[in-house]
Ligand binder design. Structure first.
Ligand code: ZN
Length: 501
């Protein structure tokens, strides 16, 4: 490696240290911090974040980047060195294109909007949130202008979360997916409902649930010498480099599947981060790539693996040993049907894997129209409800269960939602390849063996860190573009069997 690139990497290493130090404070805030520490903690976080931002967007970085660019000119696109410079440049341009004045205005508007959103959701008064949402949408439109785009202003916002994807591509993928999904949802809805009362109405000791989730994490290959699990109201994964990747889960007395799938989901995110190579540490290439790719990893473990019958052939007897009274007389097949129950519902985060993407379509379509001005902020509740009726056949009885349910818009985050569905699409594509290439993959689950899957994912996905965008990685590793068909085929096959369609 050249001397100029070496200097750039040392510099970026310091920025990364500041960011991870701030991340440790955020983790603590979510998990352990006493309530009254909010004020000083916000100040500590703001100080560290702005130091990291200033250092990163400084003239020093600009000069170092230019020097390193000259040094790696002509190198192979896939090489570590060229990728270091390319990815650092992309992030640098993104951060420096937006004027500080707008960043500050957004930060202020967001803090106020978040408080207003929480109150509006509690009291079910959209009108009090509306002016805040208007302001945030205006800021996002302005931001799109600074970030720049060729075809659609939404492209600029989407690119912050899913580099390399365009609105038109997402529209085409979602059209394909919707065309296949809507009839499947209707066919399932016409079947007798699945009985999951032993889960929904049961009482499951939380300590035992906790112990079971730790067992799952361990078996997946999660390394407890480089991470830990804690409890949090909204489960998440957070990393401070590849040697400290922490997950959270949440426990309820009933619905033990909530903790189980939340742990496996976050575990999938964590394995991706833990699998990022040591040589990328403290650089722009460390950790997982786009949000869509990240979600492909969590969803693959959660749905394709942990909601499968082979998986529960091994774990159901173990779970029954944890909860003999609650699961007495319940067969493996009954349990498997219950954890895969499909039911159109109002809340995205509780949706099953068949209806989940319909929730995303609603948000994506409304966001696009908000950004172009085709939809007025005042008309969001009506538009939201009409789309829920159209796609899911249900209408929210109020806005708290409708357009006020997600935290994203209160953070001014527009362009993020599509990454959830892109992740679902890629999870099916990647899993198909794994099944093709790993002999006896699912047979191994019946013995609690996941090491072949993990090492395959390490090789094809994790080992690249964030070197490639999602379309690049899918092309290089699997010779594929992102497509809806594998997910549709997987869902159609699985639910035809489960529901006897
Ligand atoms: Zn996730």
């Amino acid at each position: 490696m050249g001397e100029k690139l070496e200097r750039l990497k040392e510099h970026i290493g310091k920025v990364t240290d500041l960011q991870f130090a701030a991340a440790v404070l955020s983790w603590d805030q979510e998990v352990y911090m006493p309530e009254n520490a909010v004020g000083p903690r916000s100040a500590q976080l703001a100080t560290l974040s702005s130091m990291a931002h200033e250092l990163f967007t400084s003239d020093t970085t600009a000069a170092m980047l230019e020097a390193a660019e000259a040094e790696v000119a002509g190198m192979d696109y896939d090489s570590d060195d060229a990728s270091q410079v390319r990815v650092t440049r992309r992030i640098f341009d993104e951060r420096t294109k937006i004027p500080t004045e707008l960043v500050e205005r957004e930060s202020k508007a967001t803090s106020e909007a978040f408080v207003a959103w929480r109150k509006a959701r509690e009291a079910d008064t959209y009108a009090t949130f509306q002016p805040h949402l208007s302001e945030l949408v205006d800021i996002q439109v302005e931001k799109a202008g600074y970030l720049g785009y060729e075809d659609h202003p939404y492209d600029a916002l989407l690119n912050q979360f899913e580099t390399g994807m365009k609105t038109a591509q997402v529209e085409a993928l979602f059209n394909d997916l919707r065309t296949g999904l809507v009839p499947l949802v209707h066919e399932i809805a016409a079947q007798p409902p699945v009985d999951d009362s032993f889960l929904e109405e049961g009482k499951y000791d939380q300590q035992r649930q906790w112990d079971f989730t730790l067992l799952l994490l361990h078996d997946m290959g999660y390394d407890f010498t480089r991470g830990r699990q804690d409890k949090a109201p909204h489960p998440f994964t957070i990393e401070f480099g590849n040697s400290d990747v922490r997950v959270t889960t949440r426990l309820f007395d009933n619905r033990p599947q909530s903790a189980i799938f939340s742990t496996v989901h976050e575990g999938g995110h964590a394995l991706y981060e833990m699998g990022s190579p040591d040589r990328f540490e403290r650089t722009a290439l460390a950790g997982g790539s786009t949000l869509g790719l990240h979600e492909s990893q969590s969803r693959l473990w959660e749905n394709q693996v942990a909601r499968s019958l082979p998986f529960w052939r091994y774990y159901f007897p173990i779970l029954r040993a944890f909860f003999p009274a609650q699961l007495q007389g319940i067969s493996l097949e009954q349990f498997h049907r219950a954890i895969n129950k499909v039911e159109p519902s109002l809340i995205r985060v509780e949706a099953d894997e068949v209806t989940y993407n319909l929730h995303i379509f609603v948000r994506f379509e409304l966001e696009k129209d908000l950004i172009t001005g085709a939809l007025k902020v005042a008309d969001v509740p009506d538009a939201w409800n009409a789309k829920y009726e159209e796609y899911l056949g249900i209408t929210p009885p109020n806005n708290a269960l409708g357009c006020l349910q997600d935290i994203h818009w209160s953070h001014g985050t527009i362009g993020y939602f599509p990454t959830y569905s892109l992740g679902n699409l890629m999870s099916a594509q990647i899993y198909d390849m794994a099944r093709e290439q790993i002999p006896g993959l699912e047979k191994g689950y019946t013995r609690g063996e996941f090491a072949p899957l993990l090492s395959w994912l390490r090789e094809h996905v994790h080992s690249h860190g964030s070197k490639f965008t999602a379309p690049e990685l899918m092309q290089r590793e699997f010779g594929q573009t992102i497509s809806a068909q594998p997910l549709l085929t997987y869902l159609r096959e699985k639910y035809t069997t489960l529901y006897g369609l």
